[in-house]
Ligand binder design. Structure first.
Ligand code: UFG
Length: 315
């Protein structure tokens, strides 16, 4: 397929873009480099620098595109609380520009990066796709709104859309990995202590109602996540919008993640208990039974592999 990959210079976009190239697809990356890196654009992909609003139509109007894989987004929960208008504009506004460009150029297939943040604080775990969606921050609200737009574009304009709701993504694929200028995620922050870039890691809260008091999250290797995109592209069906959770179905506490990082790196990784971070649910675990049953997706890589691959990347 000839695919437009938005956000293909970012962490997940570059890894999955590389997997798409490897699988034989023709990939054109569109990224405004606001948070991505030009040298992260996967080898073998063509790169166009620009925003979706300015450039998506021009690229798609070249012709020959079979589909879009849409990663481009602002994705920091805390920043979204501080600057909600920026998130509505960049995430929803630019997605609308992209979808409109698709409609005008007759490209109907799309796989979209949605998030567990669309569910907010869950009533029960594991979280099912049919559970209530009550985002607790603007980031999750913008992603939920985009899911809603895709449902309408499927109904009105025949889009074949798949939203993949990521839980916690980790790991790397060779030279493609996580390097945010502002790093908020747990595993890269822990590994930064092992490389000497930070002195210690802060554990945000040890008084949650979990066994060791730290938050529990469902981690998925970015390559397993990419495999779900390959399967999703094959199942996009006109006039249909499907939503799938992407998680492993089991969780690790912050403390357990730090312990795995210590084992993998052989570094003592000093940790300090810090106050809770605003808006963190105690436990987020996905049910991925739907995507397993309908697309045959499987998790193949465990947390130690995620940490080992991220460790190789950040060294
Ligand atoms: N944490 C720490 N110390 C750190 C960083 C994180 O203790 O330095 C803790 C957090 O408080 C949380 C856990 O580690 O309990 C995981 O935090 P991350 O920031 O790595 O990931 P989140 O679960 O907060 O966020 C992820 C995605 C978001 C998405 C969210 C909800 O990265 O994009 O899940 O779906 F919005």
């Amino acid at each position: 397929m000839k695919l437009l990959v938005t956000g293909g210079a970012g962490y997940i976009g570059s890894v999955v873009g590389a997997q798409l190239v490897e699988a034989g697809h023709e990939v054109v990356v569109l990224d405004d480099l606001s948070t991505g890196h030009a040298d992260a654009v996967p080898e073998g992909a063509r790169f166009v620098q620009g925003s979706l609003r300015e450039a998506a139509y021009g690229v798609l109007a070249e012709g020959g595109f079979d589909g879009v894989v849409h990663f481009a987004a602002k994705s920091l929960v805390g920043e979204s609380v501080e600057q909600p208008a920026l998130y509505w504009d960049k995430n929803l506004g630019e997605s609308l520009a992209l979808f409109d460009a698709m409609r005008r150029t007759g490209v109907a297939k799309i796989v979209f990066s949605s998030t567990a943040a669309t569910y907010g604080e869950p009533e029960s775990t594991p979280i099912l796709e049919t559970d209530p969606t009550r985002p607790t921050n603007p980031y999750g609200a913008t992603k939920l709104a985009i899911d809603g737009v895709l449902t309408e574009y499927a109904r009105l304009h025949g889009f074949g859309a798949v939203s993949l709701r990521y839980f916690n993504v980790a790991g790397a694929l060779g030279p493609y990995g996580e390097r945010h200028t502002v790093e908020t995620h747990l595993i890269p922050n822990v590994l930064a202590v092992a490389t000497g870039a930070r002195e210690h890691v802060k554990l945000f809260g040890d008084d949650y109602p979990t066994e060791d008091g730290t938050c529990i999250r469902d981690y998925v290797h970015v390559v397993d996540l990419g495999n779900a995109h390959l399967l999703a592209l094959d199942c996009c069906t006109e006039h249909e919008h499907r939503i799938y959770n992407l998680g492993s179905g089991s969780g690790y506490s912050v403390q357990q993640v730090v312990d795995v990082c210590r084992q993998v790196t052989g570094h003592p990784i000093p940790a300090e208990i810090a106050p809770r971070r605003a808006g963190d649910p105690a436990v987020l675990i996905a049910s991925s039974e739907k995507i397993q049953a309908e697309l045959g997706w499987r998790v193949e890589r465990d947390l130690a592999t995620m940490v080992a691959d991220a460790w190789k990347f950040c060294q």
